[in-house]
Design a binder for this molecule. Structure first.
Ligand SMILES: [Zn+2]
Length: 267
């Protein structure tokens, strides 16, 4: 599942390969299909979970992978691992083909346009690239979300801070022993600051290659995510999985270690 760190890694690889290069064929499918020839890439960057391919004609191609999207890179002529009809974006250059499958959103923007700027203003500070400016993040948290919002929704809200996905949500809450249903109004500014700083630390740590690692003791890559029923590193009890929050996203936690009733939403 793509999180902010994945998108930043993809953007870095694409930028290294594509900046200054000519895309011979750029094919976009979906709601506004379009094919262009011979576009020069200015650079590729990411903000939160959005990836922008910026062309030197002033346009930017924005994509968001959602839950099921992925970027692939192939040598020209190589067989693709997914069918072409699922390709939302194809970028054909001499050395490589970059293909985005199953994107949730794809759109052309004019760089620096109101739409482009609105989108970046809408997204909170990108916690993958920068240490979170805590004052700004807290202002967004308290201003945008109701007091009874559960902790899972606080961390996933891309308007508050961009880049945190479902894996880090569970991991960060476990590390700080916060029950995922804890209500925002019962969380102090200091605690919220720690959660966003932890997210930043974990996301940055995973910008290199290799599997995503959030755990320090070497016993496994993750503390709770994907470990339903396995023993908790803190207490040995079974890790639980529940669908939680506004979008009912899977959430892993230890009911014992994160079990404080204080401020819990009563479902
Ligand atoms: Zn535990």
């Amino acid at each position: 599942m793509p999180e902010g760190d994945t998108i930043h890694k993809v953007a870095a690889v694409m930028n290294e390969t594509l900046a200054g290069e000519t895309v011979k064929h750029c094919i976009v499918r979906g709601r506004a299909p379009r094919t262009d020839a011979n576009l020069t890439v200015d650079g590729v960057d990411a903000h939160g979970k959005h990836l922008f391919v910026n062309f030197d004609d002033g346009r930017a191609l924005r994509s968001h992978l959602g839950m099921h999207g992925s970027w692939h890179r192939y040598p020209p002529g190589a067989a693709w691992r997914k069918p072409r009809r699922l390709a939302a974006i194809e970028l054909h250059t001499d050395p490589w083909e970059f293909v985005c499958f199953n994107a949730k959103e794809v759109e052309w923007l004019r760089q620096g346009s109101f739409r482009h700027r609105d989108l970046l203003a809408f997204l909170g500070p990108d916690v993958v690239v920068e240490a979170p400016p805590i004052d700004r993040v807290l202002k967004r948290v308290r201003g945008l979300l109701p007091g009874d919002a559960p902790a899972v929704d606080v961390l996933l809200d891309q308007r508050v801070a961009a880049g945190i996905g479902n894996v880090y949500k569970s991991e960060v809450l476990f590390i700080h022993r916060v029950h995922p249903a804890t209500m925002l109004e019962s969380m102090s500014d200091a605690l919220l600051g720690e959660l966003f700083e932890e997210s930043n630390r974990l996301l940055r740590r995973n910008l290199g290659g290799g599997p995503r690692v959030t755990r320090d003791d070497g016993a496994a890559n993750k503390w709770v995510y994907g470990r339903k029923g396995k023993p908790c590193a803190g207490c040995g009890g079974p890790i639980r999985m529940e669908r939680m929050g506004k979008h009912l996203r899977v959430t892993y936690f230890c009911p014992r270690c994160q079990g404080s009733q204080q401020g819990r939403r009563h479902a």
